[in-house]
Design a protein around this ligand. Structure first.
Ligand code: ARG
Length: 265
């Protein structure tokens, strides 16, 4: 005879087994390596024709090849790239993501592949000469980025938080600045350099680094084998020059494209 306790245990454990089966059946088990990104961030991710290209894409393409999977890149808002990893919509997020303490509590980060910082972009004629002059300025940033974190931690208080405007991408922030809606844009160094190169007549890029950041790829904390492969690929691409080459190639491509479609219309 099966005791009541035993019966209950059997029911609970079969429920758990069913749950486990279904949680294993995310897209992650398929033939695709799904990577989320926000593709307005050259040279790391940007659109070239109908394709998404960039340094992050080259890294993840190599990871996919190593795993015998097809790389599928999902373009979303920057605020969603890590959420997609957390909800299993994506296997990894590769989006020029800075490693932060907050984010590290949610996802596992690969080894860093780039050292970066925030820079200030201003329109010609601005009186801003450096970080100490950001107080009381209207500042544009890409939403959910470390530019916003930097401002909240160092410049803008709760009382003055309305001075920060968040935009879906860095070039919209620059457009708003050129239209006189914000005074300053704070943006990651490489996209800031590309925005500047695209419009040197109207913009000034200050060289003072506001932060010290490292970019890494984010994966679920439950996926150490994917993390291992990503780390292997990053190490290899660093040591054989492929990462530097990807950087050169994508920067040149992004520059040639942005000169066809200027930021300020
Ligand atoms: N490095 C910054 C951050 O992690 C900005 C990244 C934005 N990336 C992008 N693909 N738009 O917050």
């Amino acid at each position: 005879m099966i005791s009541k306790k035993m019966l209950l245990w059997m029911i609970v454990s079969s429920f758990a087994a069913v749950l486990c089966l279904s949680c294993g059946k995310t897209e992650r088990d398929g033939q695709n390596l799904i990577v989320s990104t926000e593709a307005t961030f050259p040279p790391y991710e940007f659109r070239s024709g109908d394709k998404i290209v960039g340094v992050d894409i080259d890294i993840m393409q190599k990871v996919a090849e190593r795993l015998g999977k097809k790389l599928v890149v999902e373009d979303t808002s920057f605020n969603s790239v890590i959420t997609h990893v957390l909800t299993g919509k994506a296997d990894a997020a590769a989006s020029g993501i800075t490693v932060t303490e907050d984010r590290s509590m949610k996802v596992a980060f690969s080894e860093p592949y780039v050292e970066a910082c925030q820079l200030i972009l201003i329109p010609k004629g601005s009186d801003v000469t450096g970080a100490e002059m950001l107080k009381n300025k209207r500042i544009g940033v890409q939403e959910g980025t470390t530019a916003y974190d930097y401002l909240r931690e160092n410049v803008i208080t709760d009382k003055t938080s309305s001075l920060i405007s968040q935009f879906p991408n860095p070039s919209l922030a620059v457009e708003a600045m050129l239209a006189g809606k914000v005074d300053v844009v704070v943006c990651d160094q490489d996209p800031a350099r590309m925005l500047y190169a695209n419009n040197p007549d109207e913009l000034i890029l200050l060289t003072e680094p506001l932060t010290k950041e490292s970019y890494a790829i984010a994966v679920g904390k439950d996926n150490p084998s994917l993390l291992n492969t990503i780390n292997e690929v990053i190490r290899e691409m660093k040591s054989n020059g492929e990462l530097a080459e990807s950087f050169r190639k994508n920067e040149a491509l992004a520059k040639s494209m942005t000169s066809e479609t200027p930021v300020s219309k």
